[in-house]
Design a protein around this ligand. Sequence first.
Ligand code: FRU
Length: 439
Amino acid sequence: MRDDVGATWSRTQAADIERRADNVAPVIDPPETDPAEDVHVWDTWLLRTRRGAVASVDGYRVALSLSAPASLLPGKRHDTAEIRYFYSPDGREWHDGGPVFDGGALGQRQWAGSALYDDGDVYVYYTAAGDGDADDLTYTQRPAVAAGGRLAATGDGLALEGAWRHEVLFEPDGRWYETKAQSEGMTYTFRDPWFFEDPATGRAHLLFEANTPVPAAEGCDAEARTFNGSVGVAVSPSGEPTEWELRPPLVGAGCVNQELERPHVVVRDGRYYLFVSSHAHTFAPELSGYDGLYGFVADSLRGEYRPLNGSGLVVTNPATAPFQAYSWMAFPHREEVLVQSFFNYFDFDGESLDEIAGLSADEQLRRFGGTLAPTVRLAVDGDRTRVVGTLDGWRIPLPGEPLPEPDDRQPGAAVLADRPVGVGDGGYRRSSRTGGERE
Ligand code: FRU
């Protein structure tokens, strides 16, 4: 094992991944098709303060999402992704504010990130995906920031405006973080910058998804070694949101998994819960996992991290709809942790998302949600987590807002018994571009 990687997710730990009553989210009913829906959204993040609280600006909360025209084949959305913003007075009904950038963003397209509300200034961290000056689509990825945003009340809403200054924050160093040229893996990652101020030290950090070279001595074969996902980190010695220095990875998944996506941290009872999303098809040979939210816990930000629940699996989709949601992001609310995600391929139970491309265009479109999923509720206790239900749609409750009593039946139990479980006693349908409501 490399001694400069904070902790490793081992093959033995990952071999214990299994669907259980306490890690399966309930089935989400298919949305009603809404012909007015002209945009698909997926990876979503909330505007948050330096301290990590969900920002409230003139009584509104703000969410940013990757988006693409709904007419596009869902698999092609990554090739044109642009960031839009949405705002809500109550965390239930969301209004589309439109694209955040009016040209000027770096890369050929923009992938996931985070957003900081700092004393009235908005910083949007994102992934500059592809080389802006290349003719063909390319897959380089560079964490970037757009500084200079402001939020202004418009009478009946909120406008995110800015004389945005875009800047690439850092490049992979080739030692801790693999460059595109070094990569021999099934896919390459250096993306998804996520701002986090450590409450213990007041120090600003940027977490990101990366690949970290695995030495031959690691104890798995050459093919498994090409699976080398990691959670990277940079620090801002000055505290400036635009100045970062790379540090060694917090967690490495060498020989285990290629993609530890959208890393982020929730602090609870002095413990650091580090979450990532990952796919069934990115596990190394002879390991199997699911599309799911995985997590690790440690006593300080740098770790050393241990996988939650022994294996690392925190939330997955039911066996009957294994790809219904993805790109989970957790945030604290009262004594719970809430997890928001997007509604992915709800009507597909193949082995892996790779098989989607084999379906007809119509079928690919029909089976894709392209909106947001009901918020999942998680009970967290030490090294263990438990799914305790969902809210009635994609909900971001107001600070301190009480939630209904959690459903102690543990919704996953019925799913495992092969009985489909709805969201509460009602269905879920798309009511606005980022919301859903019960019928
Ligand atoms: C996860 C993800 C992110 C990336 C985005 C691109 O859903 O793979 O890591 O930024 O999708 O669309």
